[in-house]
Design a protein around this ligand. Structure first.
Ligand SMILES: Cc1cc2nc3c(=O)[nH]c(=O)nc-3n(C[C@H](O)[C@H](O)[C@H](O)COP(=O)(O)O)c2cc1C
Ligand SMILES: CCCCCCC(=O)C(=O)O
Length: 328
């Protein structure tokens, strides 16, 4: 490649050249046939831009708020595991980038830097993503550490009762290092000779019995607002409204979990509508919530990545879909 990289595809190629194959494949791959991975890209390609002209764009402000925290654009850094496999500074460097760009960072439960290191590295607004372990005491401890260290929300990733079947990881016998957050609590260096070690680790450690009832448990161990990540259907979006979480993240986990799940962007509208109806169905209070949003916030805040709070989703649909508003 001649000169500096100018787009993400070129950065990806540099990463492919620089990283050990096992790690590149881990970052790059989707589950099974990687059908959803291709669809994630194709579905975005199918969305075209409808340009309007002769509009004053000399000063552009894309800032909005997620859970009340200001962000320079409706973009959040998604929680992704083990940044030190790619760079020695790991998640601390990512947090500094979030701070410099004035966007919110989601820190993965499976980070290679500790949450304390990330918290003390800069002033980025941070949300803490969790997996629920069979050892709930460990998960509770992690959530409490996050709360003590100034994280502003908990993101419960709900699409991973087991890790997706990632064929490259199976072939490479992908192994994780010992993650410092869990030192003295649990070993993450799971090694056997039979396929993906991280898949085996997740199967042994993640609580596959987790269900909607457990949101009450999560609420009981933290005062932080809770976001549920991995919603792909309107039914689940409505359940999320019913259990009273602060937001949902519409996501197929970068196509790394269930192959042949829909592309995230293709279900965002259906889910937005469901949330509006779900809130309305909560009765007068829900309807009032939607109307307040309409009065106060007329800007479109739905994020393109599919990451929205319930407020954001509702606002964007109230603004763009008059029919929904009238029917309420
Ligand atoms: C290398 C890699 C690691 C990831 N690790 C996590 C993780 O630890 N926790 C999590 O909730 N999601 C994880 N994800 C998923 C991302 O948070 C995010 O959902 C995905 O990259 C973007 O797809 P989406 O728009 O469908 O959400 C990971 C994704 C990648 C590519
Ligand atoms: C170290 C064990 C598993 C990490 C899983 C992280 C993740 O969510 C991913 O998509 O990969």
């Amino acid at each position: 490649m001649a000169g500096e990289p100018v787009n993400v595809n070129e950065f990806q190629e540099l990463a492919r050249q620089a990283l050990p194959k096992m790690y590149y494949d881990y970052y790059n791959g989707g589950a099974e046939d990687q059908h959803t991975l291709k669809e994630n890209i194709e579905a975005f390609r199918r969305i075209t831009i409808r340009p309007r002209i002769l509009v004053d764009v000399s000063r552009i402000d894309m800032s909005t708020a997620i859970l009340g925290y200001k962000t320079s654009a409706p973009i959040m850094i998604a929680p992704t595991a083990m940044h030190k496999l790619a760079h020695p500074e790991g998640e601390v460097a990512t947090a500094r980038a979030a701070s410099a760009s004035d966007v919110i960072m989601g820190l993965s439960y499976m980070s290679t830097c500790t949450l304390e290191e990330v918290a003390s590295s800069c002033d980025a607004v941070r949300f803490f993503q969790i997996y629920v372990y069979k050892r709930r005491d460990i998960t509770a401890l992690m959530v409490q550490r996050a709360e003590r260290n100034g994280f502003k929300a908990v993101i419960l990733t709900a699409d991973t009762p087991r890790l997706g079947r990632r064929e490259a990881d199976i072939k490479n016998k992908m192994v994780a290092p010992q993650l410092k957050n869990f030192e003295g609590l649990i070993s993450t260096e799971y090694v056997n000779d039979n396929g993906s070690n991280i898949e085996a680790f997740a199967a042994g450690t993640f609580d596959a019995s987790l269900c909607w009832m457990d949101i009450a448990w999560l609420k009981s161990i933290t005062k932080l607002p809770i976001l549920i990540k991995g919603v792909l259907t309107s039914e689940d979006a409505i359940k999320a409204v019913e259990v009273g979480v602060a937001g949902i993240i519409v996501s197929n986990h970068g196509a790394r979990q269930l192959d042949y799940a829909p592309a995230t962007i293709s279900v965002l509208e259906e889910i937005g509508r469901a949330v509006v109806y779900g809130l309305a169905a909560k009765g007068e209070h829900g309807v009032k919530q939607v109307i307040e949003m309409l009065k106060n916030e007329l800007e479109l805040t739905m994020t393109l990545s599919g990451c929205c709070t319930i407020n954001d989703i509702t606002r964007s649909h109230v603004k763009t879909d008059k029919e929904i508003y009238c029917r309420m």
